[in-house]
Design a protein around this ligand. Structure first.
Ligand code: NAP
Length: 275
């Protein structure tokens, strides 16, 4: 069965739009972009479109790569203090000359709708309430939507980034899964992937996972987005795997749309907390 992330995400957005329509003051998301990265331009546009669709306010603040770090920090502090702003994100990646950790950690933990500040990462680690990164959250929501139980399942996560692999592993542990995390130093990846009841791949390498690397009737979640000659590919060889497994996400149309919906969801949750 193909997991339809687009459909699930549309349903979530419809529910959010309904809630927002009843609010007198609309929730507001601010996206800070530094530089003019082509992929970032596309992602920021997608966020703007999603906000417009559900009736949220959207503000795009774009700095060029000559901007002083202190100017960016000052702007974030100003937004932290603005009661009409419910979520702040810094679109990544940014130029290496900037201290990305310092910039991210300037965001108030309660407005950190990407869940990337040290405080929110720590809260997730300790299974306490905080804001959680949107892609891992979207994956959990997708699995829940399709009634794919996680308790006692062996879940193999390939990739251990702060954005996807690590926070996802924490959410999976919280759900009672037994989690194996693989990365670039893992020896013989297929030994692990072949044992997975649920395999989640977030690497960024086209078709890293081939048919011989997956277990029959397992569940495959492909987070990878690889843009090659204008076409999108996942990390999983979808065409040759789809008939061997019980569930699989396509690229595009799987995890991707869920990320934006979860971002809107985080903004709305925050808005409610701030009232
Ligand atoms: P990242 O920060 O580059 O992390 C990649 C991870 O993959 C690292 O942990 C790396 O290991 C591991 N890795 C690299 N080569 C490997 C190999 N041959 N075998 C096993 N592991 C390997 O990337 P990311 O930000 O997590 O993103 C991963 C992919 O997901 C990208 O394609 C990105 O575009 C996509 N993505 C999609 C969404 C969405 O909404 N659908 C959201 C975020 C990201 P080390 O840590 O050892 O280097």
């Amino acid at each position: 069965m193909i997991i339809d992330g687009k459909k699930v995400s549309e349903e979530i957005k419809t529910n959010i739009a309904l809630e927002v329509s009843k609010l007198e003051i609309k929730p507001c998301l601010v996206v800070i972009q530094i530089g003019d990265d082509e992929a970032s331009n596309v992602y920021v546009k997608a966020k703007e479109k999603a906000c417009n669709l559900v009736g949220m306010n959207f503000k795009h603040i774009k700095f060029d790569n000559n901007t002083l770090e202190s100017e960016i920090i000052d702007k974030i502090i100003e937004l932290n203090n603005d009661k009409l702003v419910n979520g702040i994100i810094v679109q990544l990646p940014i130029d290496k000359k900037y201290n990305v950790e310092k910039i991210l950690n300037t965001i108030d933990k309660d407005k950190d709708v990407d869940g990337l500040t040290d405080i929110n990462c720590g809260l997730l680690f300790k299974e306490k309430d905080g804001l959680t990164p949107c892609t891992p959250l979207g994956i959990i929501k997708l699995l829940e939507y399709y009634n794919i139980d996680l308790e006692s399942k062996h879940v193999v996560v390939v990739g251990k980034s702060n954005l996807v692999g690590k926070p996802l592993s924490m959410l999976l542990l919280k759900k009672g899964a037994t989690v194996t995390v693989c990365h670039s130093k893992t020896k013989d990846l297929s030994i692990h992937t072949k044992n997975a009841d649920i395999l989640i791949v977030a690497v960024g390498k086209k078709h890293l996972i081939t048919e011989d690397m997956v277990k029959d009737n397992s569940v495959i979640i492909d987070v990878g987005i690889n843009r090659i000659d204008g076409k999108l590919y996942g990390d999983v060889d979808f065409d040759n795997i789809k008939d061997k497994v019980s569930y699989i996400t396509p690229v595009p149309g799987g995890v991707g749309p869920m990320t934006v919906s979860m971002l809107l969801n985080n903004v709305l949750i925050n808005y409610k907390k701030m009232q």
